[in-house]
Design a protein around this ligand. Structure first.
Ligand code: NAD
Length: 477
C-alpha cells in the first residue's frame, strides 16, 4: 500500500506508516499515512519560517491563482474526495460530498479575498499628516484540527492563512489524515512555493506539542476539545503568540407550543443525530414547552424509527457509524449515566450490528431529563440527545442559556416576538430560527462564546482579524 508522506519544505518525507481505518468496516484500510516526529515538526516550522519573507510579499495574483486552482480541483474531484471523507470519518456519502463542496467554496472565497485586500486612509487629528491603516500577515501559523470535519475545517483555516500571506504548519487529527493529505497535495501541485505549507501528520502529544512549544510560530488556530484548547492557550500566552480556539458545545434547541411540529421535529432530528451527532454545533439538549411536549416526543419517536443507521457509503444510509471505539465507549457510557441519573431512554441507544464490523449505535433520545444532569451539561459528541420539559418561553430561554458553552442555539416557533427575543438573548455565537443548530454558510462568521470559543471569529471576511496584524502608518505631508 502506498505510504502517504508528510510535506516538509516542499518535499514528501517520512517514516513509519499508520493505517487509516474505515469506521463502517474495520477490515477496510483506507490508506497508510506517515507519522511525524517532534523533529519533523521542528523541521516543518523552520521551513515555514524560511518561506515567510518571500510569501508574505508575494503578489496577490499569485496567491489568488493557487487558491482558485485548488478550489477548482476540489470541486472537480468532489465525489472521490467526499467518498474518501466518508470512508475515513463515517459520515454519509451525501454529507461527505457536501462537506467537500464546502471546502471548495471556501478556497474559492479566499481566492477572491486575495484580490479584495484593502486598507484605510484617514485624516490625522494633526495638520499635514496622513494616516494609513493596513493589514499585514502574522507570520508562521500553526493549524491544529479535529477529526469530525476532515476537509472543511482544514480548508477554513489553511485558505485564509495563505490568502493573507502567512506560511503554515498544519497538523490534522490522527483519525482522519486522508482528506488533509489530499488538500495539501492539491495545494502543493497548484504551485505553492517550498515551505509555504507544511503537513505534519501525527500524534497531538508529540507533533502538536512541538508546535505549542515553538517560539517560531506566531499564531495558532485550534479546533478540538476544551482540554486541548486550554493547553494551546497556556502555551500561547507563554510565547506571547496569537491564538484562536473553537471547542465544545452543548447546544440547546428550544421547541415552543406554537412551533410547526414537522419543522421542529426535522430540525431537532438533524441537529441531534445527523453526522452521527459528531458536530460541535449538534444539539443534545432539546428544550420543549409543556403544551407541545407529548406530541413532539411522539413525533420524534416516529421520525427516529425511519432513520437508517448503516455503512456510510451505502445508498439509503441516514446515519453512519461512530468514528471509533473510544468515541463509541464515551457515547454508551453517557447513555448509562443518563439512565442512572433518572432520565428515561425513550428511543434507541442500542449497539447494532450490520453486514460489516463497524461502530454502529442506534441514535438515543432521553426524555424526563433535567438541565442539571450530566447528560445535559457535558458534551457527549455522539447521537445522544435529551428532552427537557419546561413551562414556557421564559423558562426555555433560561435553561437554554444555563450552560458553560455558547456555540449555537436554536428555536422552533411561529411567533415573531419570541424569535426576535431569542435572537437577541440567546448566549451563543450563532442563533438559528426554525433551522437545525448545525449547518452554516461558508462566507459569514463562525464561532461561539463562553466556554466554546476564544479569539476572533473564523470564516468570511472576519477571518482577517486572526490571520493579519494591523499597522498604522503616519506620514508628514
Ligand atoms: P482533541 O482536542 O482531542 O484533538 C484536536 C486536535 O488537537 C487533534 O489534532 C489532536 O491531535 C491535537 N492535540 C491533542 N493533544 C495535543 C497537544 N498536547 N498539543 C497540541 N495538539 C494536541 O479533539 P477531537 O477529539 O479531535 O475533536 C472533538 C472535539 O472538537 C469536540 O469537543 C468538538 O466539540 C470539538 N469541535 C469544535 C468545533 C468548533 O468549531 N467549535 C468544530 C469541530 C469540533
Amino acid at each position: 500500500m502506498t505510504l502517504h508522506q508528510n510535506l516538509i519544505a516542499g518535499e514528501w518525507v517520512g517514516g513509519d506508516g499508520v493505517a487509516n481505518i474505515n469506521p463502517s468496516n474495520t477490515n477496510d484500510v483506507v490508506g497508510e499515512y506517515a507519522r511525524a516526529s517532534a523533529e519533523d515538526a521542528k523541521a516543518a516550522i523552520a521551513a515555514a519560517k524560511a518561506a515567510f519573507p518571500a510569501w508574505s510579499r508575494s503578489g496577490i495574483l499569485e496567491r489568488h491563482a493557487i487558491l482558485k486552482k485548488t478550489a477548482d480541483e476540489i470541486m472537480a474531484r468532489k465525489d472521490e474526495l467526499g467518498r474518501l471523507l466518508s470512508r475515513e470519518e463515517g459520515k454519509t456519502l451525501a454529507e461527505g460530498i457536501g462537506e467537500t463542496v464546502r471546502a471548495g467554496q471556501i478556497f474559492d472565497f479566499f481566492a477572491g479575498e486575495c484580490l479584495r485586500l484593502a486598507g484605510e486612509v484617514v485624516p490625522s487629528v494633526r495638520p499635514n499628516i496622513g494616516v494609513e491603516i493596513t493589514r499585514e500577515p502574522v507570520g508562521v501559523v500553526g493549524i491544529i484540527t479535529p477529526w469530525n470535519f476532515p476537509i472543511a475545517i482544514p480548508a477554513w483555516k489553511i485558505a485564509p492563512a495563505l490568502a493573507y500571506g502567512n506560511t503554515v504548519v498544519f497538523k490534522p487529527a490522527e483519525l482522519v489524515p486522508g482528506c488533509s493529505w489530499a488538500i495539501v497535495d492539491i495545494l502543493h501541485r497548484a504551485g505553492l512555493p517550498k515551505g509555504v505549507l507544511n503537513l505534519v501528520m501525527g500524534k497531538g502529544s508529540v507533533v502538536g506539542q512541538a508546535m505549542l512549544d515553538s517560539p517560531d510560530i506566531q499564531a495558532i488556530t485550534f479546533t478540538g476539545s476544551v482540554g486541548t484548547g486550554k493547553r494551546v492557550a497556556t502555551a500561547s500566552v507563554e510565547h506571547n503568540r496569537k491564538f484562536q480556539l473553537e471547542m465544545g458545545g452543548k447546544n440547546p434547541f428550544v421547541v415552543l407550543d406554537d412551533a410547526d411540529l414537522s419543522v421542529a421535529v426535522e430540525a431537532a432530528v438533524n441537529s441531534a443525530f445527523f453526522s452521527t451527532g459528531q458536530r460541535c454545533t449538534a444539539s443534545s439538549r432539546i428544550i420543549v414547552t409543556e403544551g407541545i411536549h407529548d406530541r413532539f416526543v411522539a413525533a420524534m419517536g416516529e421520525r427516529m424509527q425511519g432513520l437508517v443507521v448503516d455503512d456510510a457509503l451505502k445508498a439509503g444510509t441516514h446515519i453512519g457509524p461512530v468514528v471509533d471505539q473510544g468515541q463509541l465507549n464515551q457515547d454508551t457510557d453517557y447513555i448509562a449515566i443518563g439512565k442512572q441519573e433518572g432520565a428515561q431512554l425513550a428511543f434507541g441507544g442500542e449497539l447494532i450490528t450490520r453486514d460489516t464490523p463497524g461502530f454502529y449505535l442506534q441514535p438515543a433520545l432521553f426524555t424526563e431529563a433535567t438541565n442539571a444532569m450530566r447528560i445535559s451539561r457535558e458534551e457527549i459528541f455522539g447521537p445522544v440527545a435529551a428532552v427537557i420539559r419546561v413551562k414556557d418561553y421564559d423558562e426555555a430561554l433560561a435553561v437554554a442559556n444555563d450552560t458553560p458553552f455558547g456555540l449555537s442555539s436554536g428555536i422552533a416557533t411561529t411567533s415573531l416576538k419570541h424569535a426576535t427575543h431569542f435572537k437577541r438573548n440567546a448566549e451563543a455565537g450563532m442563533v438559528m430560527v426554525n433551522l437545525p443548530t448545525a449547518g452554516v454558510d461558508f462566507h459569514v462568521p463562525f464561532g461561539g462564546r463562553k466556554g466554546s470559543s476564544y479569539g476572533p471569529r473564523e470564516q468570511g471576511k472576519y477571518a482577517a482579524e486572526f490571520y493579519t496584524t494591523v499597522k498604522t502608518a503616519y506620514t508628514l505631508a
